[in-house]
Design a protein around this ligand. Structure first.
Ligand code: COA
Ligand code: AMP
Length: 632
């Protein structure tokens, strides 16, 4: 099979053979005798009777097959001005110790462990240590506030939490321990143990009996070995934004995750074992799980763990330095990172300071890649710039280009064509197929390929209702777009209340819940307005309680602070304005799309169903006062 189309056709017409061949590339304690259990749709199970272990495939396998001295992880931290490397052998040693630290504290197969950590090697070690003993990890991004952490603690009820004393952001140290303590205080569930990595930038105060010094506990632990796990044992839970304040706990199973990620490294990214691969993301997001940690390690690559920003650490040449210093072959990041670099260095002058000839491709994902950013990257880097589309739910790309198979011509604005196993369609609201070029809901025929989410933690009924009910027999991606006559997919917008802020997926519904809880707010709406740097940023419209005499500015400042405190700084919620009413349809639905069009300066039509057309003049004025339409 050498061309994309033949391969894609085979993945749809004979799934079993296709994925069985891919499964042959990984280590099994017991190979599966059956490829797919489709007896309980939409809960499909891949490789149901196989036995394997993700940590074994990521670490031990390479130690045993001549990669022991190869660098597994390059830690590059301009923010702390430090760097270090771990070989596969050293990684195995640390992971065995940390796995032992967990087993010594009573953690066993199926127990949950929350990891609330910055971008340090111990975070990767902790994830692998959980995978080693069959504990289910749930990494919580460091930019989330205590309340978000508490919600996750109550949902997945971890036996232990692994945290660092702090994360470091430009210009400030973010102390994690007070956030962790506050989260545990407010959660109903209490973990038995917390292991705290003390970083020199902040010292965490410890609670006797519950908190343990990580380094000491790791040093005295009895090393633990990999356990044989059922193929469908959950590898991890990763929470992502849905339309409400209750995040969705996406569950990834063990074997599907290994098989699919291993397959992508050669076939999508075009890398060979031993190559240096860098996903400039954060381990708290799905890109970090899949492409900082698991996929490159499954494939025997060297992965780069970068604790810094694209700009300001110390300058817009940061990415080029890392590429040239570490011989990076493939870089994967979000378009927003490139917009930040382009803004600070429009002519690409910093590129001239470094030799980046080792780079063979740049991959972008996380949000729509605007053609300007694409062409700036292409012109400056002189390598293929590949936009690919994926979601926390899928764990790897739904659409991509296939450098290891056939590099398809790039169409700006399109993440190219469906990945193997994705039978993608564009459907109208009645569930009928749209014509080529016609916009509709992007949906994939069930079953989804291996590595996609097997359920939502604690919420199997939400798994069905959120994704599989609107279009029976299909997975509803939540994205709208079209497929052109050549089969290229164009992803245009979300169909729900999820927005993408600097490549981070956030729920406007969750922010509305915070705003609505303010004592002076009677009603509110949050929408994503276009932003030149971050793609979108949230903007809040508030209707105050009648009789509220407080200044609008102070209420707006308070709701901004509340979102920061309750969701986290990563929400980038900085703009709110007060209006007398929200525009609604006669049936009471808030007209968010119209407000968004006004904020973005797009053409818009007066909705036929609006209850009070005059209110849109006031909305236009209010948005103008906070800078909309802006320059995005
Ligand atoms: N811990 C604590 N706070 C964090 C954090 C973390 N891990 N990550 C971000 N934050 C904070 C930031 O300090 C900032 O706080 P502020 O409001 O006090 O300035 C806020 O959250 C927003 O952060 P960020 O989204 O990083 O915006 P920025 O303006 O600091 O930087 C970019 C803009 C474009 C440089 C940055 O967003 C970026 O590098 N994006 C890449 C995105 C990415 O990797 N996405 C993953 C999907 S592939
Ligand atoms: P997340 O689950 O955080 O990875 O966010 C997934 C969402 O990000 C998708 O549903 C899309 O809305 C958006 N997204 C990710 N990659 C792309 C892309 N290449 N093009 C357009 N949108 C994207």
């Amino acid at each position: 099979m050498s061309d994309y189309q033949t391969l894609h056709n085979a993945s749809i017409s004979d799934k079993s053979s296709f994925w069985l061949e891919a499964a042959g590339q990984i280590h099994w304690y017991q190979p599966p005798s059956k490829v797919l259990d489709d007896s309980n749709p939409p809960f499909y199970r891949w490789f149901p009777d196989g036995k394997t272990n993700a940590c074994y495939n990521a670490v031990d396998l390479h130690v045993e097959t001549a990669r022991a001295e190869q660098t597994a992880i390059i830690y590059d931290s301009p923010i702390t001005q430090s760097a270090s490397k771990l070989s596969y052998r050293e990684l195995q040693h640390r992971v065995r110790q940390v796995a032992g630290m967990l087993t010594d504290s009573g953690i066993t197969i199926g127990d949950r462990v929350i990891i609330y950590m910055p971008m340090v090697p111990e975070t990767v070690i902790a994830m692998l240590a959980c995978a080693r003993i069959g504990a289910i990890h749930s990494v919580v991004f460091g930019g989330f506030a205590a309340n978000e952490l508490a919600v996750r603690i109550d949902d997945c009820t971890p036996k232990a939490i692994l945290a660092a004393s702090c994360g470091i952001e430009p210009g400030r140290v973010v102390e994690y321990k007070p956030l962790l303590d506050a989260a545990i205080d407010s959660a109903t569930h209490k973990p038995d143990n917390c292991f705290i990595l003390q970083r020199k930038e902040a010292s965490a105060s410890m609670i006797d009996g519950r908190d343990h010094d990580w380094v000491a506990a790791e040093a005295k632990a009895q090393p633990a070995d990999c356990v044989e796990l059922d193929a469908n044992h959950p590898l991890y839970i990763l929470y992502t934004s849905g339309t409400t304040g209750q995040p969705k706990g996406v569950v990834r199973d063990t074997a599907g995750g290994i098989v699919s990620l291993k397959w992508t490294m050669k076939n999508i990214y075009g890398v060979e074992p031993g190559d240096v691969y860098w996903a400039a993301s954060d381990v708290g997001w799905v890109v970090g799980h899949s492409y900082i940690v698991y996929a490159p390690l499954f494939h025997g690559n060297t992965t780069v763990l970068y604790e810094g920003k694209p700009v300001g650490t110390p300058d817009p040449g940061a990415f080029w330095r890392v590429i040239s210093e570490h011989n990076v072959k493939v870089l994967f990041t979000a378009p927003t990172a490139f917009r930040a670099i382009k803004k600070d260095d429009p002519a690409g002058d910093y590129l001239n300071k470094y030799d980046t000839s080792c780079l063979s491709a740049l991959f972008l994902a996380g949000e729509r890649c605007d053609p300007d950013t694409l062409s700036w990257a292409e012109n400056n880097l002189n390598v293929p710039v590949i936009d690919h589309w994926w979601q926390t739910e899928t764990g790897s790309s739904i659409c991509a280009n296939y450098l290891g198979i056939e590099t398809l011509p790039i169409k700006p604005g399109s993440p190219t064509k469906a990945a193997p196993g994705y039978d993608l369609h564009v459907l109208n609201p009645q569930g009928e197929p749209c014509a080529a070029g016609e916009i509709g809901a992007l949906a994939a025929k069930s079953p989804l390929p291996p590595g996609t989410f097997s359920t939502l933690w604690n919420a199997p009924e939400r798994y069905v209702s959120s994704y599989f009910e609107t279009f029976p027999g299909y997975y509803e991606t939540g994205d709208a777009g079209y497929i052109d006559e050549d089969g290229y997919v164009f992803v245009m917008a979300r169909t729900d209340d999820v927005i993408n802020v600097a490549g981070h997926r956030l729920s406007t519904g969750a922010m509305e819940e915070v705003l609505a809880a303010h004592p002076d707010v009677a009603e509110c709406a949050v929408m994503g307005a276009a932003d030149a740097l971050k793609g979108q940023i949230p903007v809040g419209l508030l209707v105050l309680n009648s009789g509220c005499k407080r200044s609008h500015d102070s209420v707006c400042a308070e709701v901004v602070q509340r979102v920061r405190d309750e969701i986290g700084p990563v929400a980038a919620f900085k703009k709110a304005t007060v209006v007398t009413r929200l525009p609604k349809t006669r049936s009471g639905k808030i007209l968010r799309a119209t407000m968004r069009a006004i904020a973005d300066g797009d053409d818009w039509k007066m909705p036929a169903t609006i209850d009070d057309p005059a209110i849109l003049d006031e909305i236009t004025d209010s948005l103008k006062q906070i800078g909309y339409p802006g320059s995005a």
